[in-house]
Design a protein around this ligand. Sequence first.
Ligand SMILES: Nc1ncnc2c1ncn2[C@@H]1O[C@H](COP(=O)(O)OP(=O)(O)OP(=O)(O)O)[C@@H](O)[C@H]1O
Length: 288
Amino acid sequence: MNNIVEVKQLKKSYGKNEILHGISFTVNKGEIFGLLGVNGAGKTTTLSCLEGITKYNEGEIFVNGKLGVQLQVSSLPKNIQCLEAIEFFAKWNKVQIDMKSVENLGVLEFKKKQYKDCSTGQKRRLHLAIALLGNPDIVILDEPTAGLDVEGRIALHEEIRNLKKQGKTILLASHDMAEVEDLCDRIAILKDGEIAFIGVPQELSKIVQKKLNIKVKFEKEFISSNLLKSKYTDEDHHYYVFETNNITTAIEEICIETNKQGNSIRDIKIDLPTLEQQFMAIAKEKNA
Ligand SMILES: Nc1ncnc2c1ncn2[C@@H]1O[C@H](COP(=O)(O)OP(=O)(O)OP(=O)(O)O)[C@@H](O)[C@H]1O
């Protein structure tokens, strides 16, 4: 069976507040699957339901393999040494420690360090080492690189790719579009408790790139035309906003129209949409 994880019509409420409105997705064996969404979208809730930590209200979850789950940040006792923590979890789960895997993650370099003295990157590596105890088939990572600097993030991405090479399936949550585009084979975007997009990241880039705003400040007043849904706004210091899905053509058209009007351009900015706006665009696209 290719589907190693299957989530069907999952609903979850906290009190009267429904967080997940019946989401469905599958994760294929051996892929890196990213669950993406802004803060509060329901990523952690989805993962907790999958991990069996949180009870859900409706729907079905099938997990066809052994799960390895990453700890939440700062969830270990402050004074525990890193190797002790690994030994503790190994005993608790009655599994052998694969020292090679611990070494590969670089944890042996700081094995005697107390948890409270570890850097964020070291904590992430330790959490990953604990998640990998018992050689799971599926590794669930909740924001694995949050708080890491660029180097730490690249190194951890490499580790995650290595896990894939070993045949493991990775399911990770993130709110960083660039991260999942780089790392994931497929992604699902959660928005307001629903899946707004599911597919390969390249498809997502196509949709996102379509939605660009060009902001132009003119020398004189610009006579509004049908040119690209042009829209005047004074929210941003008298810039006109042109919505486009092709930046090159749009700039060309703006220049021609400016000349025609005997006007000139004082400033031009490309306004890249925020993550929230990108998700909105994707949700709209889906409903169109
Ligand atoms: N135990 C709880 N009781 C009540 N509400 C909760 C609980 N846990 C989460 N929520 C709410 O559920 C919603 C989804 O939270 P969740 O942590 O799943 O989102 P998230 O996408 O993981 O966000 P983040 O990126 O900030 O971690 C939020 O509105 C949150 O306040």
